[in-house]
Ligand binder design. Sequence first.
Ligand code: GDP
Length: 418
Amino acid sequence: HLYEVMMYVDNSVNYDRPSSVIYDFQVIIDIIQKSGMKYMVINPTNSVADDSNGKDVERRPPADPSVLMKRPPVVTIMGHVDHGKTTLLDTLRNTSVVKSEFGGITQHIGAFVVTLKSGEQVTFLDTPGHAAFSNMRSRGAHCTDIVVLVVAADDGVMEQTVESIRMAREAKVPIIVAINKIDKPAADIERTKNMLLAQGITVEDLGGDIQAVPISALTGTNVDNLTEAIVAQAEIMHLKADYGGPVEAMIVESKFDTHRGKLATALVQRGTLKKGAIVVAGQAWAKVRSMLCKKRLRRKGVQREKEYKDDSGEPRLNILLKGDVDGSVEALLDVFDTYTSALCRLDIVHYGVGQVSATDVELATLFNAIIYTFNTTLHPAAKTSAEELGVTVKQFNVIYKLVEDVKEEINAMLPHTY
Ligand code: GDP
């Protein structure tokens, strides 16, 4: 139910004015966000629902209870600053990570799914720190089933712990407490439970019905017990969804990705999202070009975001990619997508299928990019202008060789170490 959705990029855009391309992406994303984070997908067999008044497309009436099926819970992690929300998200994220050869991945995608050994799944909204608060207000509250309240056992209940409790209550979302940092000598679990009691949070040990799990987000101790507790809570909530008919989903995050184009992380709440579907948000619509189910996961997104806060002056390799067919371009984008390094950025400024055109060469000049081709050639006009403008064009017929070459280009840009 959680997907990264890629949308069609309009190929008719005028690349003579690259800023207008970016503007176009931005407008669609803005409209999606301004439409209250809701959108509706009409499957391709249906007609496109275009609401020219900019309002949300009308939602379907509630489904017949007999067609409802179980769905995974959606969890938001909240708590006081420095109590370990980010660390916990990283630990959870890493529990089902497939390591990739080209380096771990690295983007903040807004949400991720953890699959337990039992096969049960839990969706975590990935908005640690203060962002969790505003997220909870703006959209999280609409799609969060369970709040995990992180309380550091050495600090106990603090100001933002109290605020988190208040917000979860207002949203009528049940709380599970993660008593964190139990590896620290100063950790005092009992004191923390009593401080929670003073806030009206009565944990099971003290006769209440709120689950509290002592964990160490840092070492991973008991983190699996925490996910089990979440699944147990979800069981009693009987979370169900209607998997049929047109799709209704919530945009968790949307952005323009230099590798993939217009990208949205969508939490599907009704129906089953399919490739080719038309996505409508207010006046904007787009076609779902590709979907990546968020079980394969992105690592270290949060750390990278921190690392990149000050990214001025870092080396950057810009690439323009042309391939013979959609499949090969997709495969290469997938590989590039796994690239991570704090030392050099890799940006795909443009990609597409077919011969390299003169416009591609102009675009490469603007972005100071290298043109990589896979199983395709240059239009004669492109060849001439590449020579005139001094644009590097590298042609390959084997994917891994192309990737190797990109690696070498990156290495050449890195500062030398001794
Ligand atoms: P956030 O502000 O709530 O996202 O907190 P962070 O995840 O950034 O953690 C704040 C600090 O506490 C970092 O230095 C973490 O390494 C540390 N920390 C988080 N969890 C634990 C834990 O379980 N044990 C210990 N000893 N330190 C932790």
